[in-house]
Design a protein around this ligand. Sequence first.
Ligand code: F6P
Ligand code: MN
Length: 322
Amino acid sequence: MTSHAPVIDTAHIPAPLAPIIEALAAAAVELDAVIGRGPLGQSLGAQVGENTDGDTQKALDVQADEMFAARMRQTDVRWYASEEQDSAQEMTPQGAYAVAIDPLDGSSNIDVNVSIGTIFSILDARDDAEATFLRPASEQLAGGYVIYGPHCALVVTFGDGVLMFVLDREKGVFVLAETALRIPDEAREFAINASNRRHWKDPVRAYVDACLAGADGPRGCDFNMRWVGSLVAEAHRILSRGGVFLYPGDARQGYARGRLRMVYECAPIAFVAEQAGGLATDGQASLMAQQADGLHARSPLVFGSAEEVREVARLHAEIAAR
Ligand code: F6P
Ligand code: MN
């Protein structure tokens, strides 16, 4: 093996997974540089096709997928499942691990210089690709994301708390910055795409209406609202200062189970949120006990400060019991 300069501080990373995290970090450094050049580089936001779910695929979606796939191919990863590909690819046949990835999350924000990200999940590989990925979220070995923003950070859990690394852009190295990220239990900030209000179910509408009613409503306090439009950016904000995120199922065609994909979006974000002391549900039940029925299957997602996630679940139960 050729020696290479370290791209991430591996002291707190379980040794068997360190090469995969190093490879993810190496791709993230490359991708961060491409994103940082913005319009000085190639046209990153140009539409180049559609992915399996009918989402528009931008040039950067495809480029990011190629960058991560190329790095994963050099590791002990047997199965690589990406939002940008219909089915899982077999990489190293004897490999012990599998990686599910949303290579470029928040692609509607590429052209507008707003934070975007990569979300990843690591599992142990089984002989069958579907059997590898269609498992309870609690069986993940690692879950995390990279945020490409004013600074670039890699946040990851291995099931024992949450680590945060910040990219030193001059040196091209992710430096350990936090060993025990925590989401505050209480927070007064919610995130939801409120343009869908008329399509929501009653419990979601009741929760948001109570937040909007603020000090004059049943909650007796004012709430703030944020919606970036990049799941990674919302997750990072909530990890940093608390809050709650909702992408529920709604009445729009194709949105009965929301918009976000279980295997490479909801499951790793839920793992990080719970390891940071928060909660993650489908609105009612814990997400960590659930599994997808297809590689690209969607799931409703509510995560963040425990008190708010519980309040959403309480309203679901209360309204169902009427
Ligand atoms: O990956 C899907 C995604 O781009 C998320 O990053 C984001 O949270 C969500 O879609 C935004 O959806 P909408 O455009 O419906 O608000
Ligand atoms: Mn995404």
